[in-house]
Design a protein around this ligand. Structure first.
Ligand SMILES: [Zn+2]
Length: 279
């Protein structure tokens, strides 16, 4: 069953099974529909770094925070660099980057926290959004995994960060792999494949050769294989079937739109005590 379920009223995809199971959890992925940005960012662009009008982006972000029932001050994000640095978000970082690139958490592709009322976000147009949850320790996290981050094992860095920061047990973690460019559309060359070959012995399960020197790479599947190799079980991992390049009606696709486009946001947060999302 598709884990990311589109809500007709909000144009946001929610990780419905997680939200239903864990009271107070908000987790999901935005679509490109329903915002104020203009072409080529039309219309619900969440990225301040892509050349869109910043006022539109901030308005788009505010709309999501409002939908989620969180104050905009909770919105926290990082400057993503296709690296593997992960950062714990405590009070001093809460709210970083919400309305300006000047205050963003620098050089970071993974965020995690165990504090309620912190809205972790990260931005996508084809790369793989990873969502992490330790229900027992109430720890949550997001990681941005393009091919570089995936090959650099950012998923493993997140699992280790949860173990160190919260005493998480990896057999209790849940991970969701969100909408990205799929194995149907993501063509790569030898330069990428030589890096992918080093990630796991199972790498061929995520790669399909098409013509000499060309391959279709399923990055979501590769992340799944890497998580299984860390000792997570199948049932701990949910993986989407949405492809951002197949569905540019719903998603931005850096590849399909030749680099000039907006960004969706992945998000995860615990509601603050006493605040209900439908209030
Ligand atoms: Zn596709």
């Amino acid at each position: 069953m598709e884990p990311f379920v589109q809500s007709n009223s909000t144009n946001t995809m929610h990780l419905q099974s997680w939200e239903n199971r864990f009271t107070g959890l908000l987790a999901g992925f935005t679509t490109r529909v329903g915002g104020t940005s203009r072409t080529p960012y039309a219309s619900w662009n969440m990225g301040l770094h892509v050349g869109d009008n910043p006022d539109d982006v901030v308005s788009n972000r505010r709309r999501l925070a409002k939908q989620l029932g969180l104050p905009f001050e909770a919105w926290t994000c990082a400057d993503q660099v296709h690296g593997t640095t992960v950062q714990q978000v405590s009070e001093e970082w809460t709210g970083a980057g919400r309305d300006s690139l000047d205050t963003v958490i620098p050089g970071t592709d993974g965020l995690h926290t165990n504090q309620a009322g912190v809205l972790l976000t990260s931005f996508y147009a084809d790369c793989v959004p990873l969502f992490f949850l330790d229900p027992r320790q109430r720890a949550i996290g997001l990681a941005h995994a393009g091919w570089r981050g995936t090959a650099g094992r950012i998923g493993e860095k997140m699992v280790e960060a949860f173990e160190q920061a919260y005493g998480s047990k990896r057999e209790e973690l849940l991970v969701a792999i969100g909408p990205s460019i799929g194995g149907c559309c993501y063509e790569v060359d030898e330069r990428v494949i030589v890096q992918i070959e080093r990630t796991t012995k199972q790498w061929q399960q995520a790669v399909h050769p098409t013509e000499p020197g060309k391959y279709l790479l399923d990055l979501g599947q590769l992340n799944r294989l890497l998580l299984l190799e860390l000792g997570l079980r199948q049932e701990q991992i949910s993986k989407t079937n949405w492809c951002t390049s197949c569905r540019t009606d719903l998603f931005y696709s850096h590849r399909k739109e030749a680099g000039k486009t907006g960004r969706m946001a992945s998000f995860i947060a615990w509601q603050q005590e006493g605040v209900r999302k439908d209030s």
